[in-house]
Write a protein that binds this ligand. Sequence first.
Ligand code: NAI
Ligand code: MG
Length: 491
Amino acid sequence: MTEIQPRKSATPAPTSWEYAPAPESREVVTLRERYDHYVGGEWLEPSETYTTISPSSEESLAQIGQASPEEVGLAVAAARDAFANGWSALPGAERAKYLFRIARILQERAREFAVLESLNGGKPIKESRDVDLPLAAAHFFYYAGWADKLEYAFPNRSPKPLGVAAQIIPWNFPLLMLAWKIAPALACGNTVVLKPAETTPLTALLFCDVVRQAELPPGVVNIVTGDGRTGAALVTHDDVDKIAFTGSTEVGKAIQRELAGSGKRLTLELGGKAANVIFDDAALDQAVEGIVNGIYFNQGHVCCAGSRLLVQESIYEQLIGKLKRRLSTLRVGDPLDKNTDVGAINSKLQLEKIEELVAAGKEEGAEIYQPPCTLPEKGYWFAPTVFTNVAQSYRIAQEEIFGPVLSVLTFRTPDEAVEKANNTMYGLSAGVWTEKGSRILWMAERLRAGVVWANTYNRFDPASPFGGYRESGFGREGGRHGLEPYLKFDE
Ligand code: NAI
Ligand code: MG
């Protein structure tokens, strides 16, 4: 018998694991110095511009138009013209062809779009590559499928397009929110004027190139850029038939007041303060992954983020221990690095809002935990944060922080979990973690939220309707429900 030799090695076994930089190349993106508005299939030179930056480096990327009411007027006129002269009369199967083309072009150019999205918005490339882009393309594929089946979606109701839809979107999922807005509108035979958020206009402007490649008739999709003033000009324009808005509750309320009595149709997707509820019989390691995904995905810039963690008391210590350990493995930094988990905060303004609320949390008496991590010097950053010892009355338990900040509360019984989860002005989403199917259904029936995820979180599918209760807004996007806000019926 040969003796087993003890293994000898000059280099000791590693005790820690360091990731080497894995930057995605920027080469695939070509930036222009200045971007114009896209109106009637042409570029319209803006009268005024501002600079868009990369929030991870504060580097200037391009000059962007700040659309005046006159420029907004030209876009609405182009959309009206396209609606009246061809688009609304086109058979659904023909409209579908354009939508299928857009979906395929988005897939083909996915890498370019993903890099640009991360560059302009600060989100990690692995999210823009694996979530935003595939979902945006899937939305166009999904609604392409409905375009020639509207009569079946709404039998005996003669669905007809509304006309010109004004669409205002936020900065957290720029291209995906564009897809959520444009795909159903076009499938139903409307034309659109879309305004991206002021901090993240670049993927919407690159999308104009997709529209051209797909040979969409001029004026069917128009993009105007600018801040809230441009948004307000679009909302108040006499010749728009429908407004679709995603953004803050504050602006949503102002739009609703503005439109009262005007006869214009409106859907609002506003904020949230979702409860993610962990029962003592849940698979804890999976739940920890769901908690992390729920609040640190996209730096917590997610309207349906699981920002209030409700933990059953009996597993509190164990779960918080696991969560803190997991947090120390999150990699914060360069959005274009393929290993990055948490990218840059979208803007200075948003960073200030997060800092203000976190300061309030400390002052009110909550206990803060942040894993050790070095944040880059330039740009806007915030470390993943957990607050324990949180009372329901604290601002960090009531207000939407829209950042990587989790507030932890506890409960003893399912009734108490429901009561605490529903103790919010919002009602967009919720999560439930338990082994028992019966408890999932019991909870889902009682949670006042548009979406309830069970043993998962932040899972999206174009076939599934999404939208809120109460101050989270009204109207649904996605699924067959998402067609209805873009149609009128003979009734
Ligand atoms: P915001 O509501 O001001 O911006 C969203 C969009 O509305 C942007 O395109 C903006 O230009 C436009 N807008 C602003 N004022 C307008 C007006 N008077 N009329 C028409 N359009 C207008 O949101 P903001 O200031 O960027 O973020 C503030 C807070 O809102 C965040 O901290 C977060 O809590 C919440 N928010 C929620 C979002 C969601 O997905 N539900 C998205 C963005 C922000
Ligand atoms: Mg605002």
